[in-house]
Structure formats: C-alpha cells, structure tokens
Design a protein around this ligand. Structure first.
Ligand code: SF4
Ligand code: SF3
Length: 527
C-alpha cells in the first residue's frame, strides 16, 4: 500500500507496509486505489458525454469512501468498484469487448501516480484529495435533495486530468479550479442545510450527559441526525452530538427536538478513550471513525459510506431500530454524568454562521472602526492526535483581548470550552460551524472587505488553520482560489506538497507553516 493523504501519514512521508497510521489495512488501501482508478476510468468514459444521476452518485460515493477515517471495509469497496464499472459500461457500452481496444476508457493504475515525478504527483494529489473532500460535501447536499450539475461535472474533469500525462502548466489551473468549484459546493451544502433546517442561531450546548438511555451521533450529516431525532421521539432516549455534529444544535428545526440534549466528549482522536464502556449507542455518519476497540464495538453503528468490518451498518432504508434498541438495552448513566471540554469548561457555544454574524455586521464594522476590535482571527480546521496541536489552544489563549476568534470544524475542541468574554456585546469566540461552514467565514470576510472598501488581504484578519484530512485540502484550495494570502498552516505541511509546489504557494500566497503562538502572534500583529 501507499497512502500519504492525511496529516498523520507515517514519518510525514507516507504509509506503507501492512496498515496505515489510521488503521486502514493494506488490502483496503489497495482496493481504495483500485476504486479511484476505476473512477478515473469512469471519468474517461464520460468525456464528451452527459453522465446521469446514478453515475454522479457512484462518483460521489467512491470519492467520499476513500477519505481518511471513513471506510475500513474491503467488501464494500469491492462492491463500489463493481458499481463504478457498471456505470462506465453504461456510458461506453461495448467498450470492454471491442475487437480493437483503444484503452481510452481503461481504469487508471494508481501506482503510476505514486511513482510520478514529485511535482506532478504533488499537483495531481492536490486535485485528487481536494475532490475527495468536496465529494463529501456534495454527498451531504444530495442527501437533502440538493445537487449541482456544474459541481458534479467537475469531479469527472478533475479525475480525467489525473489520468493524463500533463505538465505543471496544465495541472495548476485545475488545482485552482478545484478550489473555485468547492466554494460552489460549500455554498450548495450551506443552502441545503439552512433551507432544510433553518438559519443557525447562537446556542449554548451543555457537555453533561443526563441520566437515562442515550445515542451519540458523530460526523457531518444533518439529515441522519434529523431522521434519528424523528425515530427516537417519545422513546425516552436522549441524543448527543459528537465531533463535527456539534453545530447541529444551532439549526432551529433540529434545536426544536427537546431530546437533542447536548454534546458528548471532545474531538475525534479521543474517541477510543471516551467511548470505552460507554453505556450508550454511537452512530457514525461520516469521518472520523477510528479502529473500533472491543470495549465498545457492540455499541457502534455506521451509516452512509462509513463502514467498519463487523460493525452493524444502517443502510439507505434508514431504519435506526438497532441503534435505538442498543441504547435502550444499555440504559445510559444512572445519574447525570458531567463531562468537560479539554480546558475543563462545562458548556460550549455554536451557531455563529454567516446568517448570525452578518446580521450584526454593522456592530462588527463599528467595533473595528472604533478600535475596540483590533484583529480578527479565524482559528479553525481539523483536530488530530499529534502533540503539536496544543499550539492552537495556546494561540487562542494568548490572542490579545481586543481580538475576536472565529472558529469552525473539529479543531475548535482545543479551545471551545474557554470563556473568552465579550467585546462590544459580541462574544470573543464565535463557532461558525462545521468545516464546510468555511463558506460562512468566506461570506463574512467578503462582506467586511466590502464594508471597508478594501480587499480581504487588507483586512485586520488572519487565518490560522489546522489540517488533517482531505476536506481541509479542498477548503485550502478554495481560499487560495479567492486570492487569500498569509495563511498560517499546521501542525505540519502536507507530505504531498513537493518543495517546488510549496515554493509556488509561498511565493504566490505567502503561506507560512505555524511556528510558536508567541512568534506568530508577534509577526501577525506587527503588520
Ligand atoms: Fe496513512 Fe493517513 Fe492514508 Fe491512513 S489516510 S493510510 S494514516 S496517510
Ligand atoms: Fe474533523 Fe475528522 Fe477534519 Fe470536518 S471530523 S474537520 S478531522
């Protein structure tokens, strides 16, 4: 196997051997490569044609499946490869049994990519990993009935490019286009979420688990949470969010369910500790699922494209009865079970999406003009297991009192239980939502630039990002495609960015790797 798509890749170079650091076994990793190669074959077959909804679905599912910590199950990956082949044959019938084959619709051998010249491999990896992240967003939107032809078409275009023998000049524009299309995709998901469940409102979320049966829901899919809330109505079961599901509390139509009680635990990398012997059921709707330990394997369930060998999977019929029965059987804690965030806080807040922040835009603009707010930081992105990630906690703690911290995605668990106080009636720490709500941050940044009649890069705004998996890649590409400069990125730089590609990013976008909170704050604030 070879895989270097995430931040925890072995030795910061690549996972090889029997299994990846994430626990993905070599046979699954190889099958995921085969699936990706088959998707490139599908993209080739779709060239000059109009793929239909079932091909689009196979495309989204296939890409989403290969995201870090989503699918550990070889059997389902095999089935997906077959499904992709069926779609390819439908688009190019008879191609497989042609008497003079031209190989134009062949599956791609991913080994070719991993053994490419490092700069080409780097650019193609940026495209591929960006597409994977974007596919997850497109998939969630689709589950709510929202889809976009232009977004869907780009998956084929991007994958086609990976299979071609192209140089840097041809690949670089596609890298940037991945970012541009991802903005459209995040906008689509924002519309899907807000039109279906309402505009998020600021909400305080307790971290205590009340006594009685409960289900913990993890991942990004609001539709799954909604279905589970419906199916557990009046059953005496409490529902708690986990990880990236936390922002669900802010959506009026989800908030309306009285049994949506609070948030369980901290970020994904702590799940093996936090789920040990948990007297409740856990449902994973997306990443990040870690290898399931024996102490809780009978109470974990997966749905959508998430799968783990031997773990009960809830299929598209969405009958959550096994999850509900497990929660009732386990019975929950006998008395209220207080939990805290990593800094000891007992509650967190969320719900500061573009709807909320822009409704008080005049207040923000006033506070910046009067000097009450001197700087705005966006400190967000993925969390992860590496020790260096306490940088983000320290950064937020050390940010001056006259600064505001916007945050999003699961990296916020490093500091979201801190009470940072207020400035001019606004909380200093505002959680904008999931990683896909980077769309909100972009909307706010563009609105501020508009109000101050300057470019985003001239605002007193700095992005301090943490990355782990491929959704962070597509978001980073979106920010670059918008021309946003001076981003601080950590905890380490991606293994798939070659020295030449890094030079390009530094020269054109002044991306900096994080150093220490003190040094970086000094550098940022002295500008
Ligand atoms: Fe390694 Fe990350 Fe790939 Fe898992 S997803 S095999 S940890 S690079
Ligand atoms: Fe987190 Fe896995 Fe990336 Fe959606 S849940 S941000 S790491």
């Amino acid at each position: 196997m070879f895989c270097f798509q995430c931040e925890q890749t072995a030795g910061c170079t690549g996972c090889t051997g029997k299994a990846g650091v994430c626990g993905k076994q070599a046979d699954t990793a190889n099958l995921q490569d085969e699936l990706t190669g088959a998707l490139i074959g599908l993209a080739r077959a779709a060239s000059g044609k109009e793929p239909g909804a079932s091909a689009d679905r196979a495309m989204l599912e296939g890409l989403f499946t290969t995201i870090t910590n989503v699918n550990f199950d070889s059997e389902t990956v095999r089935r997906q490869i077959q499904a992709v082949h069926r779609e390819k044959n439908a688009l190019a019938p008879g191609c497989g049994c042609c008497s003079s084959p031209c190989s134009r619709t062949d599956d791609y051998n991913m080994k070719q990519l991993w053994e490419e010249n490092e700069d080409i491999r780097s650019l193609k990896s940026l495209i591929l990993f960006g597409l994977r992240g974007m596919a997850a967003y497109a998939y969630h939107a689709l589950m709510l009935g929202y889809t976009d032809k232009e977004v869907n078409r780009f998956f084929y275009k991007g994958l086609f490019a990976i299979g071609e023998d192209w140089g840097m000049d041809e690949l670089l524009p596609i890298v940037m286009e991945t970012g541009t299309v991802n903005l459209k995709c995040m906008e689509l998901l924002d519309r899907a979420n807000t039109e279906t469940y309402g505009t998020p409102v600021p909400t305080t979320v307790p971290l205590t688990i009340e006594k009685g049966p409960f289900i913990v829901v993890s991942g990004h899919d609001l539709h799954d949470l909604y279905l589970l809330l419906e199916q557990t109505k009046g059953k005496g079961i409490h529902i708690y969010t986990h990880g990236e599901m936390l922002p669900a509390h802010a959506y009026p139509k989800l908030k309306a369910y009285p049994h949506l009680k609070g948030n369980f635990g901290t970020a994904w990398q702590n799940q093996q500790k936090e789920f040990a012997d948990i007297p409740g059921a856990v449902l994973f709707t997306t990443n990040c699922l870690m290898p399931v330990k024996d102490s809780y394997r009978d109470r974990v369930f997966t749905t959508e494209v998430v799968q783990y060998p031997g773990i009960v999977h809830i299929d598209d019929k969405k009958d959550f009865t096994p999850v509900i029965n497990k929660a009732l059987e386990l019975g929950g804690y006998e008395s209220d079970h207080p939990m805290t965030g990593i800094n000891g806080g007992t509650q967190v807040t969320t719900g500061f999406g573009h709807g909320t922040v822009l409704s008080v835009a005049d207040k923000v603009v006033e506070a910046v003009k009067s000097g009450a707010i001197k700087h705005i930081f966006l400190v967000g992105g993925c969390d992860g297991a590496k020790p260096g990630r306490n940088y983000y906690t320290e950064f937020v703690r050390k940010a001056p009192k006259d600064s505001v911290i916007l945050t999003l995605a699961c990296g916020k668990y490093r500091f979201n239980d801190l009470d940072l106080g207020e400035i001019g009636g606004l909380p200093r720490l505002m959680d904008m939502g999931q990683c896909n709500d980077a769309y909100s941050a972009i909307r706010v940044a563009l609105a501020l630039a508009d109000a101050f009649q300057c470019g985003v890069n001239e605002l007193p705004l700095t992005l301090v990002l943490s990355w782990y998996e491929q959704k962070a890649v597509c978001i980073l590409l979106t920010l670059l495609s918008l021309g946003i400069k001076n981003i601080y990125l950590g905890p380490t730089l991606p293994a798939f960015v070659s020295p030449n590609v890094l030079n390009y990013l530094v020269e054109n976008f002044q991306i900096s790797p994080i150093s220490t909170p003190d040094e970086d704050l000094k550098k940022i604030l002295s500008k």
